[in-house]
Design a protein around this ligand. Structure first.
Ligand SMILES: C[S@@+](CC[C@H](N)C(=O)[O-])C[C@H]1O[C@@H](n2cnc3c(N)ncnc32)[C@H](O)[C@@H]1O
Ligand code: SF4
Length: 430
């Protein structure tokens, strides 16, 4: 553990030149932060689920229709505040995540979507996360009629005993029916989320599930290894950690099995964990670098600041009912932090252009990160470098992500773990 902490501090110092990073309970002056931004992404968090899965790190609570109704009004109020700030500038990416957004399909989602189109200059499609149990033929039609064109489904596993161990309330047969119906419903992209490296899972089972996934007729597969977040039920009940060496090699082996199956079936890698059919627009969270997060636990990233709403649904609603912003924590970002954040997300996408970096920061990419790119090349982490665009190899993608996890799992655990316990934390030190 101390070695992980040491590595984290050293690497962070190297990349961001910061030895101390803390989010504080300050609301940034938003008017000035919104200036000089041409386009925005929107993220909306729906923090309700019909059951709580033991491995899940996201902000959620059990769905109650009367809370969803008050939540709908609060989200509309929050949108009105941002509508004033953004004006007519285009919103070019919109993602509704959770929790389980489909819990609100008949209790406010339509009202929220109507309001989004009134409040903002929407120039993009709608991406929505869903739970398999919410996907009947009727509800799929209701989802389509809301204008949703990109749908993700939490399949999670394709063996009944693993679904049971994950406490998922459906069988393989039921989830396959739901996915099959979704795939035939005319969406531009249907994505299935799948989790591997489950306790006791064999390589054979992973291969079997991989073949089933490609036979389902979906456009994209997001295959994540099981992450153990210390503040979840799973994290508390297990001694294994994400950085356990045998875990890291087991994940690489299983991901290699899935890569082969997905490539053979014609899928292409579109992010660390996602594989998409060619010619299909990739299903992913907000696709533009700067975005506003709405809802309880919504996070916003503007050029030089990151801020986070309260995670507590009642406090979120109360704040907006009283005309206050629901922002709980914020962090001013130095230029080095912004550049490191930029690189972090581009590595996640497995490819990036030097010219995009130059355009955003007015600096030559190689002057800032050239020596790391040389090192990546020597380690076999690059597939192609055409002088502008850099493509990571499968090995590079995996091992760089192991390094990224050293930060993300720990930071998410600190930030989300604390925010879940305290609605308005004084400070969270990362
Ligand atoms: C918000 S949920 C998806 C929608 C819906 N709530 C559901 O569960 O079907 C997002 C996805 O994140 C993934 N996920 C959640 N916790 C995870 C963990 N500990 N490790 C790996 N993936 C995880 C799962 O694949 C899950 O489907
Ligand atoms: S995995 Fe999905 S259904 Fe389960 S608790 Fe997380 S968000 Fe809710």
């Amino acid at each position: 553990m101390w070695l992980e902490g040491f590595l984290r501090t050293q690497l962070r110092g190297l990349l961001t030149k910061e030895s101390y990073v803390a989010l504080e309970n300050k609301i940034p002056l938003l008017e000035s932060r919104f200036k000089d931004i041409d386009e925005f992404g929107l993220y909306l968090h729906i923090p309700f689920c019909r059951q709580i899965c033991p491995y899940c790190p996201y902000n959620k609570e059990i769905y109650h229709p009367e809370v969803a109704e008050r939540y709908t009004s609060a989200v509309k109020k929050e949108m009105d505040i941002y509508s004033e700030l953004i004006g007519n500038r285009p919103v070019t990416s919109f993602y509704i995540g959770g929790g389980t957004p489909t819990t609100m399909l008949y209790s406010g989602l339509d009202e929220i979507l109507e309001h989004v189109f009134e409040a903002f200059n929407m120039q993009c499609d709608i991406h929505l996360e869903s739970h398999p149990n919410d996907l009947t033929l009727d509800s799929l039609n209701a989802i389509s009629s809301l204008g949703v064109e990109h749908l993700s489904i939490g399949v999670e596993a394709l063996q009944d005993h693993h679904l049971k161990a994950l406490r998922r309330p459906y069988s393989v047969e039921q989830v396959m029916t739901a996915v099959g119906q979704a795939a035939g419903n005319g969406f531009k992209c249907v994505n299935a989320d799948f989790i591997f490296a489950l306790p006791g899972q064999t390589c054979r089972e992973v291969a079997q599930a991989g073949h089933t996934l490609v036979e389902m007729g979906i456009d994209q597969i997001a295959a994540y290894p099981l992450f153990r977040f210390p503040y979840t039920k799973l994290g508390r009940s297990t001694k294994e950690t994400n950085h356990n060496v045998s875990n890291i090699f087991k994940r690489r082996k299983m991901l290699g099995i899935l890569e082969r199956i997905f490539y053979d079936a014609g899928f292409e890698r579109t992010s660390v964990w996602a594989f998409t059919k060619p010619g299909i627009p990739k299903y992913c969270s907000v696709t533009v670098p700067l975005y506003v997060g709405l809802g309880a636990s919504g996070g916003s990233y503007l050029k030089d600041v990151f801020y986070l709403n309260t995670f507590n649904v009642q406090e979120y609603i109360k704040a907006l009912e009283n005309g206050r912003m629901p922002i709980a924590l914020s962090l001013d970002l130095s230029e080095n932090m912004q550049m490191a954040g930029w690189l972090y997300w581009r590595i996640y996408e497995t490819r990036f252009r030097r010219s995009d970096f130059q355009e955003r920061f007015g600096k030559e990419f190689d002057r800032v990160y050239g020596r790391y790119i040389k090192l990546f090349s020597l380690l076999g982490f690059l597939k192609k470098d055409d002088g502008d665009e850099i493509f990571l190899s499968d090995n590079g993608t995996y091992w760089l992500h192991v390094l990224q996890d050293l930060f993300s799992i720990e930071y998410i655990s600190q930030l989300w773990g604390t925010s879940k316990q305290e609605p308005w934390p004084e400070k969270v030190v990362l």
